[in-house]
Ligand binder design. Structure first.
Ligand code: ZN
Ligand code: ZN
Length: 333
């Protein structure tokens, strides 16, 4: 990783917004590109700028822009759909055929830079008590909100969250906002489990030390209603199938580093498990900002580390090595 001087970007389209970055959250996917050079078929061609969890201040706008003005603090939605294809017209612009997503190889450079141009549609003003951190965190948090929404409902239910990184935590915050009943959280890092307990987890367990299936079954003999796989691990997927009750729902949010999931054909069929995969989120940014603004969701336990822009590499190494109990590390510009 190296830092480069490049020309400041300029407005070209009438709906362009030029943004001075305030803060950037480091995402697991940025780390995948940093350490593996790819996620599945999406390969990095160097040089390439990563980063997509950003917030900033508007410095200049194109002549048709109405939603924001210079001086506004904003959250940046990294997705830039075409708004014209079958997916966009069906309201599924997160799976747009021509999607451009910040920091996604072959689509768009990321926002780990001081200035960036985004279309007006990607700019969400931070109002009330919302600060830049809220804007940045709204990206992963919206995925948690969306995953809970796609699960049907978790209100009054017992749920499992397997993998408690920032996405697992986002699912937890979203489920709490909706009022789930029991929260069964597992992770291989004890410091993350400590954060889960602070957030009110009913049960936390470390699969490196104990048998998660046995322990959760002991506490909830009928099984869990919904399990969110948030770590992209085959063993977590298998555990989910085991701890779900018949008719339970398995929501897969994690990004695996392998090519194929496998599943126990008998248990999934006998239990009639519903399976839902999650691709980022759609239309959840505003709701997410509202939930933080109203205080229903607090991100106080989410941000554990901060680094100045000049020390970005240190931040990436820390997150890549899961050091010092890191949950979310932020870069300040
Ligand atoms: Zn992200
Ligand atoms: Zn489209």
């Amino acid at each position: 990783m190296e830092m480069k001087d490049i020309p400041e970007p300029v407005l070209t389209e009438p709906n362009d917004v030029k943004i001075r970055m305030s803060v950037l959250g480091i995402c697991g996917s940025d780390i995948h590109y940093y350490t593996q050079g790819q996620i599945g078929s999406q390969k990095v061609q160097y040089p390439f700028t990563v980063g997509h969890e950003g917030a900033g201040v508007v410095v200049e706008v194109g002549h048709s822009v109405k939603r924001v003005k210079p001086g506004d603090a904003i959250a940046i939605d990294p997705a830039m759909p075409c708004w014209k294809c079958d997916q966009c017209l069906a309201g599924r612009h997160h799976t747009c055929r021509k999607l451009r997503f910040l920091g996604c190889p072959g689509q768009a450079e990321g926002c780990l830079m001081e200035y960036i141009i985004m279309p007006e549609e990607s700019c969400f003003p931070l109002t009330g008590k919302l600060i830049p951190d809220h804007g940045s965190i709204s990206e992963p948090l919206a995925i948690g909100i969306y995953a809970v929404k796609k699960s049907g409902s978790v209100k009054g239910l017992n749920i499992g969250i397997l993998g408690y990184g920032p996405i697992g935590m986002s699912v937890m915050l979203a489920a709490k906002a909706e009022g789930a009943h029991g929260y069964y959280v597992t992770d291989k890092i004890d410091k993350r489990l400590a954060i889960a307990l602070k957030e009110g987890a009913t049960f936390t367990g470390n699969p490196l030390k104990d048998n998660m299936v046995e322990l959760i079954r002991k506490k909830e003999s009928l099984g869990l209603d919904v399990v969110f796989e948030c770590c992209g691990q085959q063993e977590a997927f298998d555990q989910a199938v085991e701890i779900l009750k018949p008719g339970g729902r398995l929501v897969v949010v994690g990004i695996p580093e392998f090519d194929r999931w496998s599943m126990d054909g008998e248990t999934t069929r006998r239990k009639e498990i519903s399976l839902q995969f999650i691709r980022r989120q759609v239309d959840c940014v505003e709701t997410t900002l509202e939930l933080m603004k109203s205080g229903i969701i607090s991100i106080d336990n989410m941000v554990t580390h901060r680094f100045p822009f000049s020390r970005t590499k240190e931040a990436f190494d820390l997150v890549a090595e899961y050091k010092d109990g890191v949950m979310k590390a932020m870069i300040d510009f």
